[in-house]
Design a protein around this ligand. Structure first.
Ligand code: 3PG
Length: 305
């Protein structure tokens, strides 16, 4: 059995060592395709792979067509919008994610970005503090919960809106549950986005929602760029010179956002989960899930039908 790690953005070496230990310990072969720059390299590498570990790598129908021996793909991370689930099912391939394994890393980055923004990107002028500010968490999943925990350490007032999570579950963490996204954006100085990119959420963070943010409002996006209606956010940022947008997922229209000097920041690559710890947690979880699937047929964390 051959397990391929295909990561355009590679894991830390220590994580790859851990993956190797799991895979070779189970008697399988490990192949690495790291930092590839061309889809053709991926198509070649998947030809004889029985299992693949990926990150945000795009696994579409063409990849499934090329991967004739494939049985399982594990996305080492939370969001699996980069995998064509229908094509996977059509090819009889199981797709899994590793929920929660990299969520602390993403949550910590939210605050790295926030401190940078409220201190005016360290330009030497007096900024503001996070203590006492209202933080709205949009979607209370694994990352949202970690964001709430850290925010309390900063002395922030924490609010959350989640269309699917019961109110009691949010409030047991000492977080105020809000009834609608509209109210969250209206009431909170800062909103941190943690919704997945789905057909329903794509472009959903729009003018209508953002226009009521309080003066000096900050939107932090460590989720997906697709959930932002970029043209409407651009329009609003032109109209309201007080709003800031900070993210680790560069917008498609980055060249238009860079005009907002002092109000916009993006890391060049998605950095939320890029820590040794997150790589180890998610990478090794992915390797273990593959072994469990191939040896015992365990389908826990399967995301396709
Ligand atoms: C996730 O969905 O787990 C995060 O966005 C991390 O993505 P990455 O593995 O590409 O860093």
């Amino acid at each position: 059995m051959k397990v391929l790690v295909a990561t355009e953005k590679p894991f830390a070496k220590i994580a790859v060592d851990g993956i190797r230990k799991e895979i070779e310990g189970a008697g399988y072969e490990l192949a690495l395709l790291e930092k590839y720059t061309d889809k053709a390299q991926l198509l070649e590498a998947v030809k004889d792979a029985n299992a693949i570990i990926i990150r945000s790598d795009i696994i579409d129908a063409e990849v499934f067509d090329a991967a004739k021996e494939l049985k399982i793909v594990v996305r080492a991370g939370a969001g699996y919008d980069n995998v064509d689930l229908q094509a996977a099912t059509a090819h009889g391939v199981c797709v899994m994610n590793t929920p929660g394994q990299n969520s602390n890393a993403v949550a910590e980055l939210v605050f790295g970005l926030l401190v940078y923004a409220v201190r005016h990107f360290y330009n030497g002028t007096a900024g503001t503090e996070l203590m006492g500010k209202k933080l709205g968490i949009h979607a209370y999943g694994n990352v949202g919960r970690n964001v709430a925990r850290v925010a309390k350490g900063f002395g922030m007032e924490v609010y959350a809106y989640d269309a699917f999570c019961p109110k009691e579950e949010i409030e047991k963490d000492g977080v105020k549950a809000v009834d609608s996204a509209k109210k969250l954006y209206k009431d909170c100085d800062i909103v941190s986005l943690h919704i997945p990119a789905t057909a329903e959420t794509k472009n959903s963070i729009n003018y209508e929602l953002l226009k009521d943010m309080p003066k000096g409002g900050i939107l932090v996006n460590t989720a997906r760029k697709e959930v932002i209606n970029e043209s409407e956010l651009l329009k609003l940022m032109h109209e309201r010179e007080d709003l800031k947008y900070i993210t680790d997922i560069m917008p498609a229209a980055n060249e238009k956002f860079v005009d907002f000097a002092g109000r916009y920041f993006s890391t060049p690559k998605k950095m939320g989960a890029q820590t040794a710890e997150a790589n180890i947690n998610a990478g090794i979880a992915a390797a273990k899930q593959i072994v469990g699937f191939l040896k015992e047929g365990c389908e826990k964390f399967r995301v396709n039908k």
